[in-house]
Design a protein around this ligand. Structure first.
Ligand SMILES: Nc1ncnc2c1ncn2[C@@H]1O[C@H](COP(=O)(O)OP(=O)(O)OP(=O)(O)O)[C@@H](O)[C@H]1O
Ligand SMILES: [Mg+2]
Length: 230
């Protein structure tokens, strides 16, 4: 295989089965093979319960498949232990969720600094980087606000700042605009694509928004445990 054709991220026959104590097993994903190239913008669509979040979490190594493997630049990720995986995620991946997942006891800037502090960077360096990203995303005046003092769009921008502070190669987002009004939703959608272009970020985004999905170079439908692309 030619090196530069190696997908940045791919699943190999990923199957996810949930068994919740009852006799019936739930086969959410069935031998899913997805290949994501560096710099691609990929969207995952599908009905509620289809397995989009499950697949995103497996791609982001937040969850492990029942069977199968996940490769980053050709290297298996599932052989790493949880500590190694946490370090890998902190370095290579950024996450944005529907409900931002900011820590309520921390200010905006403290939330954004956190991935740097966890990686062992100094407080002053972390603070400087967080300030840069908050400025860049239009939150310069909101750095000392607590999450409950921010609007929905501002919360999502702070969460995006946090996801970018370690210069990830891949940004994974699970319905990042699902909780916003249409104006803020549009702003966040445009922001994702500005960052995609500016930073060459690989985007993997779950959404229910068909208009948003049209901005992506590749759209996958998750249905009955399988992926189809169009
Ligand atoms: N930890 C779990 N244990 C058992 N079943 C689970 C678990 N997590 C998810 N499921 C089930 O797996 C299926 C897929 O869930 P998933 O969250 O991936 O769906 P989704 O496509 O993201 O849906 P939505 O659009 O509503 O967010 C659902 O039927 C869900 O009930
Ligand atoms: Mg979901």
């Amino acid at each position: 295989m030619i090196m530069n054709e190696q997908p940045i991220l791919q699943t190999i026959d990923v199957t996810k089965i949930y068994s919740s104590g009852t006799a019936t097993e739930l086969h959410v994903l069935n031998e899913v093979n997805i290949q994501i190239q560096k710099g691609e913008a990929v969207c995952l669509l599908g009905a509620s319960g289809a397995g989009k979040s499950t697949l995103l979490q497996i791609l982001g190594t937040l969850d492990r498949p029942t069977v199968g493997d996940v490769l980053f630049a050709g290297q298996s990720l599932l052989q790493m232990n949880d500590e190694q995986l946490a370090q890998f995620r902190n370095e290579k991946m950024g996450f944005v969720f529907q409900f931002h997942h900011l820590i309520h006891e921390f200010t905006a800037i403290e939330n954004v600094m956190l991935p740097c502090l966890l990686a062992g960077e100094s407080r002053s360096e972390s603070y400087e980087k967080a300030q840069y990203w908050l400025n860049h995303l239009g939150l310069a005046e909101r750095t000392s606000h607590y999450p409950n003092q921010l609007s929905g769009g501002e919360l999502q921008r702070a969460a995006i700042a946090r996801s970018l502070i370690r210069n990830p190669q891949i940004l994974l987002a699970d319905e990042p605009t699902g909780n916003l009004d249409s104006e803020n939703s549009k702003k966040i959608q445009n922001l994702f694509f500005e960052l995609h272009k500016q930073l060459g970020l690989t985007l993997i985004v779950v959404t229910h928004d068909l208009e948003f999905s049209k901005m992506f170079s590749k759209i996958y439908q998750v249905k009955d445990g399988h992926l189809t692309s169009n």
